[in-house]
Each structure stands twice: as C-alpha cells, then as structure tokens.
Design a protein around this ligand. Structure first.
Ligand code: PSU
Ligand code: MN
Length: 308
C-alpha cells in the first residue's frame, strides 16, 4: 500500500496491525449523531472495552483537524460526543473537503470502512448501516454505505437494518451490487431493535470462524467488496415491534412535513425515533452495539488465525 499522507494510526493500533493481531474498527457518526450526550461517550468507551475483553484492539475512526484518525484518545471521543449534532457528518463524498479544510468530522459506515481499509483493518462493528430509504423511488435516497460495501473489503457487523429504511429494497440493492448479507446464528434479517424483520438473510453462519472463512475466501479470490454480518439484538433487550413501528411512522411523517432530505434525513429519523421511544430504545441501542462489538472481536480473532 502506498503511504497515505493523511492517515494517523494510533500507536497501539499500528503495533497490533504490524504484529498481525486482531483489530476492530468502530465508527464515530454513531457517537456524534446516534446517541445523546453523555451516553454516547460512555457507550463508545464501553464498546472499546468490550472489543479488548474479547481479544482484539479497538480502532475508533474519525477525522480530527483534517487527519484520518484510526484509533482515538478518550479526549477525542469526548469531543465528538459533546459536539453531538454540531459535528459534521462525513460520508465518502465529504472526506476530501473536511481533510482539506483541516476540520473535524464524524465518519459514517461508508467513510469508516474506507479509512479502515486504508489502514488494513478488515472487521468493523457498528449499530445499524444505512440503506435504501422508504420512498426511494421518488427521493433517490440511498445511503453511500451500500456502495461502499460493494467496493471496500471490510466485514461490517451490525444489528441488521433499522426499519426507518425500506428493508426489501435495501436487500435488492445489496444483491445487485454483489454484497452478501450473513445472519449470525439466524436465518432472519434482524431490524435493529427487533430480532426479526420478515426478511431472510442470504447465508446463515453459526460461528465467528465460519464468518472468517467466508471473508478469507471472498478476498483470497480477489472479490473486492465487503459483507454485512447481521447480529440480532439480545432477546432481553429487543423491543416490541408495535412500539417501534409507531415511532418510525411518526418520525417519517414529521420528516415529510418538514421536507427533510439529503444527509440530514438519517440523523433526523434516528433522533426522532429515539426521542419518541425514550429511554427504552437507548438502552436497547447500547446493548446491541456491545453485542456487535463482542461478535466483531471474535471474527477478527478468527480471521487473523486463518490468515496468519
Ligand atoms: N443507522 C442507524 N444508526 C446510525 C446510522 C445509521 O441505525 O447511527 C448512521 C451510520 O453512521 C450510517 C449513517 O453510516 O447513519 C448513514 O447515513 P446516510 O443514510 O446519510 O448514508
Ligand atoms: Mn441519504
């Protein structure tokens, strides 16, 4: 790989990568835009601890003063969390401009994957990925996360696809672009707060090593994209489908009424759903991210054993 003049890999992460030890990438839009302060900061630190407890080194990714940071200090996480919605949300198309201006930004799944791949990290844990929005036939609102999954070799562990999105269209889009959707110990596509969505995954795999085996095969034969690893929320934290569906309907209606579009649309919907459902959804959100961090660490460990 050619040296990237904008990449700053934290010494601990760099040492792990050099020694071929497992590393898990983590995103920062979930910190700045996905949860309220101070829960966002506490959760981000807990997620890092969970990755460590399961044998991998965490690398939380963001852009800080124009640098692509792979691995943040607790102070940097605090800044992103405190900044909240004032922090710029950076997807692939925004990266060059934020870097050139020396600004700070929170990275989405798309830009986190991209920066992880630049650093040589293959496994990434988050809460939910972006997708095809409801009404996309009119709005054309399709997350850049999906096209990143089509071209960047990182496995993204998530709790499925939040039903603010059109799950059926998201699956069709992923299929078109050659992105596999794996279910961890399930045939059902989870929908973030719920363990089932009514849709199926493409492949059920029951162990971290089986997932690592698919990753190894995909990349060893030169296929370029990533994969979605969907991990259902633990039963004890799953939410009643009706509660979530009602909140999502209300949030979608408000978004339409206010003409919310473009990059504002996902953060608006996420914030409104969490405000409408209150503390319950926050607790669920935190638990599913921790659950994904554990699985991602297990996959990273298994993958490194295979490629070592
Ligand atoms: N979905 C969630 N929680 C999130 C996001 C999506 O359930 O925090 C964030 C992720 O950072 C994701 C981004 O990459 O929103 C997608 O935004 P957009 O739809 O504008 O691409
Ligand atoms: Mn969008």
């Amino acid at each position: 790989m050619t040296a990237n003049p904008f990449l700053d890999i934290h010494p601990e992460v760099a040492a792990a990568l050099a020694a071929k030890r497992p590393v898990v990438a983590l995103e920062s839009t979930i910190i700045a835009h996905g949860m309220p302060y101070p829960n966002n900061v506490a959760t981000a630190l807990q997620v890092e601890a969970e990755v460590r407890a399961h044998g991998a080194v965490p690398a939380t990714i963001a852009i800080v003063q124009g640098r692509l940071k792979v691995g943040l200090s607790p102070d940097e996480i605090e800044q992103l969390g405190r900044g909240g919605r004032d922090v710029v949300k950076v997807s692939r198309r925004d990266m060059a401009f934020i870097v050139a201006a020396g600004q700070t930004g929170a990275t989405t799944v798309a830009s986190t994957m991209l920066i992880a791949a630049m650093a040589g990290i293959r496994v990434f844990a988050t809460g939910g990925i972006g997708g095809v929005h409801r009404g996309a036939a009119q709005s054309f609102d399709i997350s850049a996360d999906l096209l990143e999954l089509a071209q960047t070799p990182v496995a993204v562990v998530c709790a499925g696809i939040k039903s603010i999105l059109d799950l059926g269209l998201t699956l069709e889009y992923l299929e078109t672009h050659g992105v596999p959707v794996v279910g961890y110990q399930t045939n059902n596509l989870p929908a973030f707060y719920t363990r089932e969505s009514g849709f199926k995954v493409d492949y059920r795999l029951d162990t971290p090593d089986a997932i690592a085996g698919a990753m190894q095969a995909q990349w060893a034969m030169g296929l370029q994209g990533g994969m979605v690893v969907s991990n259902p929320i633990p039963e004890a934290y799953a939410m009643p489908r009706a509660t979530i569906d009602a909140a999502i309907e209300q949030a979608l209606q408000e978004a339409r009424a206010q003409g919310v579009a473009g990059k504002q649309s996902t953060p608006f919907l996420l914030a409104r759903v969490s405000e409408i459902t209150g503390g319950n959804s926050l607790a669920s959100n935190i638990q599913l991210v921790l659950n994904n961090a554990r699985l991602a660490a297990g996959i990273a460990v298994a993958y490194q054993q295979r490629v070592a």
